[in-house]
Design a protein around this ligand. Structure first.
Ligand SMILES: NC(=O)c1ccc[n+]([C@@H]2O[C@H](COP(=O)([O-])OP(=O)(O)OC[C@H]3O[C@@H](n4cnc5c(N)ncnc54)[C@H](OP(=O)(O)O)[C@@H]3O)[C@@H](O)[C@H]2O)c1
Length: 277
């Protein structure tokens, strides 16, 4: 691959796309050229990258000629429609949506856990569900040391996970409540300001939501652990950004708090903060 790749961000104007652009910059990723793609609604917009104003272009099937890496974050249906065309054009797609995560021909990767799986890609690499990714970052090192049988978990998921419009909805509702005005709803079926919604994604016949099942399904694939079990309750909380998860895990081998902390302190990508005072 080109050492200074031409990178595209599809969904560049969204909550995730904006963070991707910032991350490329903060990590000093050796971007040769950056192409920003979104819907036709955004073609007049410009976004900042390394002090420059880059124009947003409309995402089309022929947008990927000459592009080396495309990061997709425009939703599952857009990924299904455009990612195969991008891969066909010779581009490596890193897809943030749920479109290809459980496809057996697509590696589902958390670099700190299963970076080696990337080598098996056929043009598309999937990135896990947000709550799953952060949970596995802490769980996998413990699993490697003690063998995790199952977990029970509750999430506290920020509105950013629903996208830019949900961040705006929380801000608007907080202002409305503070000013004593009626609360308007566009994104969530119920008020999210000063409230919690125990409903993330659609419910399945089992009573779990699709979001809740991602932890078990995606966790099995990423950790190469086909018998891993996860019973999860996902809750949306009125926080702008960053999800939290409380996990209770059961292991095959005996674990002490000290031994678990030692494993977590050595794990890549984690900061252990254990200081109640
Ligand atoms: N893996 C993770 O950690 C994680 C976390 C959060 C979200 N996600 C996933 O990332 C995706 C985006 O989430 P988000 O929070 O960034 O959503 P968002 O804020 O609503 O942004 C959606 C983006 O998609 C673009 N888009 C929408 N329709 C399009 C179309 N027809 N053609 C081209 N572009 C189109 C939008 O462009 P316009 O501005 O022009 O409409 C915008 O750039 C979703 O699939 C979500 O599930 C993944």
């Amino acid at each position: 691959m080109n050492r200074n790749p031409h990178v595209a961000v599809a969904g560049a104007t969204g909550a995730v796309g904006i963070e991707m652009i910032k991350t490329l910059e903060q990590r000093n990723f050796p971007v040769g050229k950056l192409t920003l793609l979104a819907s036709a609604r955004s073609v007049s917009r410009k976004l900042k990258y390394r002090g420059q104003d880059l124009p947003v272009q409309e995402l089309k099937k022929d947008s990927f000629q000459g592009i080396d890496i495309a990061q997709f974050s425009a939703g599952g249906s857009i990924s299904k429609e455009f990612a195969p065309a991008a891969a066909q054009a010779g581009c490596v797609v890193v897809d943030n949506s749920s479109a290809f995560r459980m496809d057996p021909t697509v590696p589902l990767v958390v670099p700190e856990i299963n970076a080696g799986d990337v080598k098996k890609h056929q043009g598309i690499i999937a990135n896990p569900n947000c709550t799953t990714a952060i949970t596995l970052m802490a769980l996998y090192p413990l699993h490697s040391a003690f063998f995790c049988r199952r977990i029970f978990a509750s999430s506290y998921q920020a509105v950013s996970g629903t996208g830019a419009k949900a961040i705006a909805e929380l801000e608007r509702q907080v202002n409305q409540i503070v000013k004593g005005q009626p609360v308007t709803r566009e994104v969530y079926p119920h008020q999210i300001a000063f409230n919690v919604l125990p409903h993330v994604d659609a419910f399945l016949p089992t009573g779990y939501t699709k979001e809740e099942m991602k932890m078990e399904n995606e966790g099995r694939k990423i950790m190469h652990h086909p018998t891993f079990k996860a019973s999860v309750t996902c809750v949306r909380v009125p926080v702008y950004r960053a999800h939290s998860v409380a996990v209770s895990a059961e292991f095959e081998r005996p674990v002490t708090v000290e031994a678990a902390l030692e494993v977590l302190r050595r794990a890549p990508g984690l900061d252990v903060i254990d200081n109640p005072a």
